[in-house]
Design a protein around this ligand. Structure first.
Ligand code: PEP
Ligand code: MN
Length: 440
């Protein structure tokens, strides 16, 4: 890895203790990092990014912290979703508008059903890095790790990690964030109505409960942005000193909310140590191999000041095992007294390959994992705080099932994802309706 950025620069003055802790965090083993062919070039890019402006404003992240505290206390619901992998080519106004629209629509359905305000976080404006199960593909080429690292075409040149792509990712994220702000100010839910043909009648409601000060119609929509905190050369480059909390920390200028993926949650690894230093709210994916003891250790490390909503635990156990694996984890964390957000990702534990060779998920399995998640929390008396889903407002055919009855033979029609299969607009709103029934 290149040398860490000089955090004593300009407005980013960070005390020596914090700079030392950052260095120590980044010295730990880091899973899923590309091997840049030219380390000097990578270091030069990190240096350039170190001078970049933050993409998200500190006061926005601060507002999200207060929203997430409400979720942790059971006073709000968290809806997080978007593409599995954003692409540079897909960073267009129609695509972002469609994805924000589907989130807004899902949010309306959930708000009305839960009788609670819904905090919306998009996987957007920076979801460009992907963890992979293998390092090489079937042809022996390095795997595609997201547009921030390399290109998906099947040639050695396209798959070579290129640090220059981190600059492109930053530029795409900044322009996406500008658009998110613009569309949110306009109120992103209105243009979606026409796309919601599969979702049944549009509810006549004003969208259910909202946070105070949401404003008159057309209602501005409050949407935050998030991505997986995966590529550490990128994440380390745009950090700001934040002395507002209980201890000095670093604020990521790249997203309001960052999460740690299932493949990079090693307790002795760099990702957890890096996240400990951040003041942004943090998510942590928990897969089926995770033990209750491990989770309590994560909670102790990532929420040392017992801040409600600081940590979102994202279970992704699979529909067949959620009812067995989740309860001991929830019980142990609840006994620890930390006020975490319990969020369910019903996508990543339910992925399989179709008979005709497509990575897919069945709508019924997604619903079944969520039903298990809500049942577990109901039984234990804890707040089922939210969902984390891979969805798009585009009319893709990537996941099976739903009211439109997408079958294996339909998958090739519009299988457009750069990584994992997403629910399309109709399936997404149908999912929100299914959750509404569970909440009812
Ligand atoms: C993802 O959210 O796209 C992802 C890779 O999830 P997980 O880390 O849970 O596998
Ligand atoms: Mn994914």
């Amino acid at each position: 890895m290149p040398a860490e950025p000089d955090l004593a620069d300009g407005g980013r003055a960070v005390d020596r203790v914090l700079a030392g802790r950052l260095r120590a965090a980044l010295d730990r083993p880091a899973a899923q990092q590309p091997c840049w062919p030219d380390a000097e070039r990578a270091a030069a890019v990190v240096e350039l990014l170190h001078n970049a402006e933050p993409i998200v404003a500190p006061e926005e992240t601060e507002r999200l912290r207060t929203r997430l505290a409400s979720v942790a206390r059971g006073e709000a619901f968290l809806l997080q979703g978007g593409d599995c992998a954003e692409t540079f080519a897909g960073n267009t106004e129609p695509h972002l508008r469609a994805n924000l629209g589907v989130l807004a629509r899902m949010g309306e359905v959930l708000a009305e059903a839960a009788g609670l305000p819904v905090v919306k976080i998009a996987r957007m404006a920076g979801q460009f890095a992907k963890p992979r199960s293998n390092t090489v593909d079937a042809l022996g080429l390095p795997v595609y790790r997201g547009d921030i690292v390399n290109s998906p075409e099947c040639t050695a040149a396209a798959r070579a990690p290129d640090p220059h792509r981190m600059l492109m990712a930053y530029a795409h994220s900044a322009s996406a964030m500008d658009l998110v702000r613009k569309l949110c100010a306009e109120g992103v839910d209105e243009p979606l109505a026409a796309q919601m043909v599969l979702a049944g009648a549009r509810r006549a409601s004003s969208g259910g409960p909202s946070f105070p000060g949401a404003g008159p119609s057309p209602r501005p929509t409050e949407i935050y942005v998030s991505h997986e905190m995966l590529l550490l050369d990128y994440e380390r480059a745009v950090l700001w000193a934040d002395s507002a909390g209980p201890e000095p920390r670093l604020s990521s200028g790249l997203a309001h909310f960052l999460w740690i993926g299932e493949r990079t949650r090693q307790l002795d690894g760099a990702h957890i140590a890096f996240a400990e230093l951040l003041s942004n709210p943090i998510g942590l994916k928990l897969g089926p191999t995770c033990t209750p003891e491990e989770v309590v250790e994560y909670v102790r490390r990532l929420d040392p000041h017992r801040t409600p909503g600081r940590l979102t635990l994202v279970s992704r156990m699979g529909h067949a095992r959620v009812r067995e694996l989740l309860p001991p984890i929830v019980e142990k964390v609840a006994a620890s007294g930390h006020e975490v957000i319990w969020q369910c990702d019903p996508m990543h534990g339910n992925t399989h390959t179709s008979g005709n060779g497509y990575k897919t998920r069945h709508f019924g399995h997604v619903v079944a994992e969520l039903a298990g998640f809500f049942a577990v929390h109901r039984q234990l008396g804890t707040h089922a705080g939210g969902i984390h889903v891979e969805v798009t407002g585009d009319d893709v055919t990537e996941c099976l099932g739903g009211a439109a009855g997408i079958a294996e033979a339909d998958l090739p029609d519009r299988y457009l994802t750069a990584c994992d299969p997403r629910l399309n607009a109709g399936q997404s709103v149908e999912l929100a309706e299914a959750i509404a029934k569970m909440l009812g």
